[in-house]
Design a protein around this ligand. Structure first.
Ligand code: UGA
Length: 441
């Protein structure tokens, strides 16, 4: 079976390398020739655990990349994995998807093909694409992805479910083909959810919005916890012991970021709007998240100093989560911007070199060069904390490092603002630090 994967972003690249590891002959297609060249020489275009090693194993074997759509004509299955970014109004922008659909048209001959939509798309998109391709021997399938950045390759091989949506779930020729593509997972008893297009499309949005709502819920509770002197970490832990609630995604902090939750929550709210249904929980999830970083700054950092102008802060963690170089909608960057706007000097650090590089580039390229002069990106945590008035934790790395004792000697004032509630507050206090968390002190 020959497979084409269109788009080599997070989803497409993992899908291409993952399927080639499963033994399929895969061609990854991307209009960006520079990316294609890099990938063909075995260099990953994004940072993801284990990805480059695996890419190197299969490139020029059963995996190749190209900018031409020609391989479509020999492919049995075509995965569409292009980005669906947010447009100016908060909707998912489908221009890349529709443009890819137009591009594949001229390579579809009489041989039946299965076009699988992996991009996150609003309800009704698969139906529209099938309509666009109605004169071709094509069956459109919805197959949303549930990969987490940073561990996407592991998630590809250990999925919790595989969701497949069809125009007619009971009667279609593509199901057996896709069961072959994902045969490895069926053998390993991964559940398959077979549904209509609309159900499948909505499963993706509902899953992301629910996880985002869990985070906003605990962030809202954290504000009350803060006021009454309770401990949100213990609250989350005790809540999570109830299997109906579940322990994951109940970590309070400065809010969720990334390329998925913010965009998908907004796009889902827009879908409600387009059907004239009020979406109270989804809209509130977004509103709570929008306000969370500013709340942290006002109620913790600013409250402590009165005025942060001229103060120096180490911001530890730059990307939207650990082990990625992705700065999209990063709450760490939002916090840095708030600090800089309030006249503070920021020394940023992330364990991922590419995240540090991306942060530098972001500010160098931005219009805000003047505030950029107050930002320094350091390669070592010890340099970032040196002579600072406060340390801010902005990404949930395990910063419970042994040397907090040593770090205390490096800083001007031992104050920690734990924006991700990852530190052992008791231990830090016993070492002489002043500690502020989210919903806990
Ligand atoms: C998310 C989903 O978890 C994946 O299942 C989904 O496939 C993916 O979006 C997608 O749609 O492509 P990802 O964006 O990689 O994955 O990141 P998460 O690990 O879910 O974290 C998102 C944000 O929530 C991060 O900023 C993280 O710091 C924050 N978070 C997470 C919290 O603030 N508290 C928590 O308890 C958990």
């Amino acid at each position: 079976m020959k497979i084409s994967v269109i788009g080599t972003g997070y989803v497409g690249l993992i899908q291409s390398v993952g399927l080639s590891k499963l033994g399929f002959e895969v061609t990854g297609i991307d209009i960006d020739e520079r990316k294609v060249k890099k990938l063909n020489s075995g260099i990953s275009t994004l940072y993801e655990d284990n990805l480059e090693e695996e890419l190197k194993k299969f490139i020029n074997e059963n995996l190749k990349f190209t900018s031409s759509y020609e391989p479509i004509s020999n492919s049995d299955v075509i995965f569409l994995c292009v980005g669906t970014p947010q447009d100016d109004f908060g909707n998912a922008d489908l221009k890349f998807l529709y443009s890819a659909v137009e591009s594949i048209k001229k390579y579809i001959d009489n041989k039946p093909k299965t076009v699988v939509i992996k991009s996150t798309v609003p309800v009704g998109t698969c139906r529209k694409i099938q309509e666009i391709l109605k004169d071709y021997p094509v069956e459109v399938v919805s197959n949303p992805e549930f990969l987490r950045e940073g561990i996407a390759f592991k998630d590809f091989f250990e999925p919790e479910r595989i969701v497949l949506g069809f125009e007619n779930p009971e009667n279609n020729r593509s199901i057996n083909l896709l069961k072959k593509v994902y045969g490895h997972f069926e053998k390993n008893n991964v559940p398959f959810v077979i549904s209509s297009w609309e159900t499948s499309e909505l499963i993706k949005y509902a899953s992301n919005a629910f996880l985002a709502a869990k985070i906003s819920f605990i962030n809202e509770i954290s504000k009350l916890s803060d006021k009454v002197g309770a401990d949100i970490k213990t609250i989350s832990e005790a809540m999570g012991m109830d299997e109906r609630i579940g322990a994951k995604f109940l970590n309070a902090g400065i809010g969720y970021g990334g390329s998925c939750f913010p965009k998908d929550v907004k796009a889902l709210a827009k879908q409600f709007e387009s059907f004239e249904i009020e979406s109270k929980i989804i809209t509130s999830t977004e509103n709570v998240n929008q306000a969370q970083t500013t709340w942290f700054f006002e109620n913790k950092i600013k409250k402590y100093y009165g005025n942060v102008s001229g103060k120096t802060f180490a911001v530890l963690g730059l990307a939207f989560k650990p082990n990625t170089d992705d700065l999209r909608e990063s709450k760490a960057i939002e916090l840095i911007n708030i600090l800089l706007k309030n006249g503070a000097i920021v020394k940023g650090f992330d364990y991922i070199e590419k995240a540090r590089e991306n942060t530098l580039n972001k500010y160098i390229l931005s219009d805000s060069k003047s505030i950029g002069y107050s930002l320094h990106i350091l390669d070592h945590l010890e340099d970032a904390v040196f002579e600072t008035d406060g340390i801010v934790i902005a990404t949930e790395y395990d910063f419970n490092i042994e040397n907090w004792m040593k770090i205390k000697e490096l800083v001007k004032e031992p104050v920690i603002f734990d924006g991700k509630n990852v530190l052992d507050s008791k231990k830090l206090k016993s070492l002489g630090y002043t500690y502020f968390g989210v919903g806990r002190n």
